[in-house]
Design a protein around this ligand. Sequence first.
Ligand SMILES: Nc1ncnc2c1ncn2[C@@H]1O[C@H](COP(=O)(O)OP(=O)(O)OP(=O)(O)O)[C@@H](O)[C@H]1O
Ligand SMILES: [Mg+2]
Length: 218
Amino acid sequence: MASPIITIATMKGGSGKSTVAGCLAVHWHLSGRNPIIVDADPQRSLARMAVREKALGGVHLVEDPSEEVGSTAQRLSRSMGPVIIDTPGFRSQSTLACIGVTDFVLVPVKPSPFDVDRMLDTLNVLINGVSGRRPTFRCLLTQTTRDSVIAKHIRAELADAGFPVLNSELINRVIYAEAALWGATPSLLDQKGPAAREIAAIADEVDDILGVSQAAVA
Ligand SMILES: Nc1ncnc2c1ncn2[C@@H]1O[C@H](COP(=O)(O)OP(=O)(O)OP(=O)(O)O)[C@@H](O)[C@H]1O
Ligand SMILES: [Mg+2]
């Protein structure tokens, strides 16, 4: 059976796509699964991290910024997985190709009206479907300050508008940039630390949505 394909997408740049993609992949790798990152962004953020000292903990990564990336992901999902695709921060045919084959789309968004407005373009694409398919999606609040009024407000606005949001958030922490310096993620530097626990909570929510049982992967 093919493994799930998870696409991290939003047309708003700098929302945390590459960060979330790398963090989820490393988390699942440390949990004993066999994830693979597909770097579909010509900026190559994750491919560049993979050649730094910690090399994303040895997570497999392939680069494919082409419009064929959907078939690449499907092929990989037959032997490895989950397949996690990091997409560019602008509208592109390659992102549409990913959405056309993916099981799940995670849409990171910073809790600011400017970011939400631009992100809504992405949600419109998801809701209207690509190639007749409408993948399951969830928004994920990123770079949030714990208990901030604005994050709560944006969460409520998105929920009211019918856009589901994960309960867990990628809270703003300096360890993300520090870890990236070494080609690492927080889970590799401090597996029991707060950022690692938040990443684990996001990963578990995604697993729940995809119907991956924790017992089956333990
Ligand atoms: N939770 C966080 N706490 C602190 N910094 C973060 C967090 N998430 C992301 N960042 C920082 O925000 C910046 C943008 O993140 P990232 O590169 O992951 O976004 P992106 O959506 O992939 O951008 P692009 O659209 O350019 O590909 C990076 O410098 C990253 O280190
Ligand atoms: Mg990126």
